[in-house]
Design a protein around this ligand. Structure first.
Ligand code: F6P
Length: 321
């Protein structure tokens, strides 16, 4: 493969730029011609494809967001539009594509490689950590640290007012961010969509702790559980302390990527190019036991999660008591 393209798709994640940079520089070092696609699959469809040079990826390793811009493209579910997009690559002689994004982006990648004989490699880039076949996704670690920073600040005011504060974090249908933020942030309660979350139990634990002199409660709530305002209302009926809720929102998606995310993104970006050079497509890269590995791209939705959250969940609940 002599010509490859790179795109970012779905929600942005800190570290995406480091992956773009690593893939582009590795490909250039191997003598490949590299193209950038702006705005994900939307830009592929609209022919927003440009030749990339080294300067384009210079000075971006420490920048959050994605220099290539991103979008969610519903049209890509339609084979007619996928054919147009594929043709935009083919007319430039581009045979390989690197897609940096979440599992929604992987479905598009899988179909492209099956229908149009384009070699596609997926790199997991999402704060949610919800992709099977990898212990970590790019952006998760940075996002976790952003949440921890917020939790510390929220604890100051929660203690001063002796309040219970519910902190809603992102994660779509996954509870990884809430779970790990509860462990690392010393949370006092945890609600995640993978488990039943009886509000009676949470209320009981809060009342017990208050009897023993606790001045605040920080409860991590994954967005997949439901509206935090509804949980706030339900909890207010069951406890005597004041309750507030905070939705951290899109602040969680921004910021300078952590060292971990930059190294992860760099290793994955380089690996994606190695795979394309070897003529491999229809695969995703992941990290398992600190090794960069590959799976068929469909593993992202068909496979087993490599992160077993249960022991961490038990630990979080034990320490929250
Ligand atoms: O997938 C990343 C993510 O931030 C999820 O955690 C969240 O549910 C969603 O994207 C929000 O999407 P948008 O920015 O389109 O509202």
């Amino acid at each position: 493969i002599k010509k490859i393209a790179i795109l970012t798709s779905g929600g942005d994640a800190p570290g995406m730029n480091a992956a773009i940079r690593a893939a582009a520089k590795t490909a250039m070092a191997k003598g490949m011609k590299v193209y950038g696609v702006q705005r994900g699959y939307m830009g592929m469809l609209n022919d927003e494809i440009f030749p990339m040079d080294g300067g384009y990826v210079s000075g971006i390793i420490d920048r959050g967001g994605t220099r290539l811009l991103t979008a969610r493209c519903l049209e890509f579910k339609d084979p007619k539009f996928r054919a147009i997009a594929a043709q935009n690559l083919k007319k430039r002689g581009i045979e390989g594509l690197i897609v940096i994004g979440g599992d929604g982006s992987y479905h598009g990648a899988d179909l492209l490689s099956k229908e149009h004989d384009i070699k596609v490699v997926g790199i997991p880039g999402t704060i949610d950590n919800d992709i099977k076949g990898t212990d970590f996704t790019i952006g998760f670690d940075t996002c976790l640290n952003t949440i921890l920073d917020a939790v510390s600040k929220i604890r100051d005011t929660a203690t001063s007012h002796e309040r219970t504060i519910l902190v809603e974090v992102m994660g779509r249908h996954a509870g990884d961010l809430a779970l790990q933020a509860c462990i690392a942030g010393g949370g006092d309660g945890l609600l995640i969509p993978e488990m039943d979350n009886p509000i009676e139990l949470l209320a009981f634990q809060i009342k017990e702790r208050r009897k023993h002199g606790k001045l605040h409660d920080i409860v991590l709530v994954a967005e997949g559980v439901g509206k935090v305002q509804d949980i706030e209302e339900a909890l207010k009926q069951k406890i005597n302390t004041e309750v507030r809720s905070v939705v951290l929102g899109h602040v969680q998606r921004g910021g300078t990527p952590s060292g971990f995310d930059r190294v992860l993104a760099t290793r994955m970006g380089a690996k994606a190019v190695d795979l394309l050079e070897a003529g491999e497509g229809g695969v995703m890269v992941g990290i398992e036991n600190n090794k960069i590995i590959t799976h068929p791209i469909s593993f992202a939705w068909d496979g087993e999660r490599s992160y077993d959250f249960r022991p961490d969940y038990e630990l979080a609940l034990l320490l929250a008591k």
